[in-house]
Ligand binder design. Sequence first.
Ligand SMILES: [Ca+2]
Length: 212
Amino acid sequence: MNYLLIHNCARPFVLAGLLFATLPAAAAAADNLIQNSSFEMRSGPRRDYPAEPWGYDDLDTLSRSPWAHWGYSGFFAGDYEIKLGPGRTGAMCARLICRQRGRGGICTDTLRVKPGTKLHFRGFFKAVGAKGPCFVNLEGDPGDGWATINLPAAPDYDWTEVAGEITVKPPRAKREIGADGKISIYLFIYTKAYGELWIDDVTLTPIDSAKP
Ligand SMILES: [Ca+2]
């Protein structure tokens, strides 16, 4: 009798646990262009360029980040550092910490998309005394800052979802569309603020393919 009671009680609990464990991962995985969206994968042993595009001297002003598939820069006139933080989901998030105000940022690997593609951006952010602008900046073949999404202006806020829709612009002069019909873009997350910006669960998903 006791066995049956335990069995009946435990089963719904297990099912609920499975749902919580699998749904967010499945929803983020299918069409999301950004790898390591939740900052759970460390960068591991260094690889040769171009397998690891960031992290050699001041190549493209970006250096290695602690996370696979992300670059980091804190050298645009300011002095920022990047640290691990407790995750909004999973174990980790990225923390950009200002020591001298300028511009710090993280950047995705190269993302290949067709011009005209509509993309849905979604990310979660937290600010601790972040006095100054923080924003998402799209760069690459269409130019630097061909789309921008501002983060909340308040210096302090708990985990907050920021979302926006953007359309990939054609390549600027002298840049060409590849044989696959695609161009290269990069998603940067910048802080020009003092204090700390926390980042987790960043996705960029083609809108059409997200529809059933
Ligand atoms: Ca995470």
